[in-house]
Ligand binder design. Sequence first.
Ligand SMILES: *[C@@H]1O[C@H](CO)[C@@H](O)[C@H](O)[C@H]1NC(C)=O
Ligand SMILES: *[C@@H]1O[C@H](CO)[C@@H](O)[C@H](O)[C@H]1NC(C)=O
Length: 524
Amino acid sequence: MEHKGFTINASISCWIFFVMTLCTSRGDIGYSIPEEMRRGSVIGNIAKDLGLDVKKLSDRNVRLDADRTSRGFCDINLKTGDLIVAERIDREELCASRVSCPLKYELILETPLEMHRIVIQIEDINDNSPRFTNDRIELEIIESALKGARFLLDEAHDPDIGKNAVETYALQNNDHFVLIVNTNADGGKYAELILEKELDREQQQEITLLLTASDGGTPQRSGTAVIHVTVLDVNDNIPVFSQAVYKVNLPENSPLDFVVVTVSASDADEGPNGEVTYDFGRVSDKVMRLFTVNKKTGDIKTIGNIDFEEESYYEMQILAKDGSGLATNSKIVIEITDVNDNTPVIFLKSLNNPIPENAPSGTDVGIINVQDNDSGENQNIRCSIKHNVPFKLVPSIKNYYSLVTTSELDREVVTDYNITITATDEGSPPLSSSKTIQLSVSDVNDNSPVFDKQSYSAQVTENNKPGSSICSVTARDPDWRQNGTVFYSLLPIQKLQSPRCSQRQWFASPQQQRDCERPHNRPE
Ligand SMILES: *[C@@H]1O[C@H](CO)[C@@H](O)[C@H](O)[C@H]1NC(C)=O
Ligand SMILES: *[C@@H]1O[C@H](CO)[C@@H](O)[C@H](O)[C@H]1NC(C)=O
């Protein structure tokens, strides 16, 4: 670059002179100034430094030649011989990151021709702050990232050089990350984020950190960027049920599609990792026939007829699975409550049929048993008998009754009884059933035959033929069959001379009859 300066026009003239005539060169002079000096600032006095006469400067037509890059920044005050700043000098614009930043001039004087090289080193001042290309650094870090994982951060730039360039980085205090600062091959500084404490998306999904880049100048300058960390989900949570056991009571005979209970499990993960579906775990075939689970909603519904009398308790395992198959389980306990849906049933365990009519009041006739498949109050039974029969039920051991007579019976009045027993449970509404027992009364020979009339009188003509009918007598006995069959016989009259006159007697004469009909049977 330095040699390029000599190719420009102003220098060519000197070059020609140098070759053609004798171009006097009296050596170089160097200055060093900071960039950004005010216009008019004095860099140095050339007249003094080169030993020239100030008064002759304008006579000798002094001038400052320069290459294109250096031109215009400096000038000479002809009155004082001062080399002054003519224009703002920005080192960064002139030399960027080059360490050496010289402005090169040739001081030409005429008569005699004289040339001096002037080199002005522009020194860096810390007039730029470090800057990040993007003031927001986006990072996506998976929550399973291990401690010590490194994440390269964008480098900050400071156009200044040396100590005035980026020297260090600092990270806002936080729980998870620390910073290390490295040096590039070209000497630039860059930072890496180191995971110090592992992340948990379920606890903190986003982390925002302030990153500061500072230079080493005085005063120090700095620039910031915001690091935005998005923590990406890993399926590290299993679904969790809202209850360890779901306990419900379900009335029997509940309709189909009835929602018995709704289970719910939550999974802290995101997206499919957190989507929970439900299913039965190990359950009996019976449960499968009666209940179903909605995979999405967790509704447990009935799909069969629930009968308390068949089963009053169901237990089932329920699973909750997330999108990648992580599962957990819980228990559902369904207690079926009884509904009064069974009518009492009456069983006749034994019956003494027929019962003799002379059975004393209180005689056991039979044993009745009642049963109801419901439970609790629905199973409590009261038994009764319709009132118009001479029987009652006497409670015996649980649900057993004795059927007993409440008075003496008389077959000749009532031969058959239809005993209607009604059993009613205590359910609400109550259910009842009845049973009719047919009971016959068997005969006992408790009636004597009775003649139609107390006495029969008949007239008989004399000389009648033997075997001709004199009169007919009829006696009736209401007893049954043999016990009611009447046999007739004539008894000798003496036999009738008993203290009492028998009803069955056959009077031999009207006198005898009269005697007998008299009170106390006393003869006149
Ligand atoms: C008893 O019931 C039977 C059959 O229902 C009937 O034939 C009979 O006459 C009834 N007897 C009485 C005494 O009601
Ligand atoms: C007649 O009465 C007797 C008891 O007095 C009884 O043992 C018998 O069975 C009865 N006969 C009939 C046919 O009812």
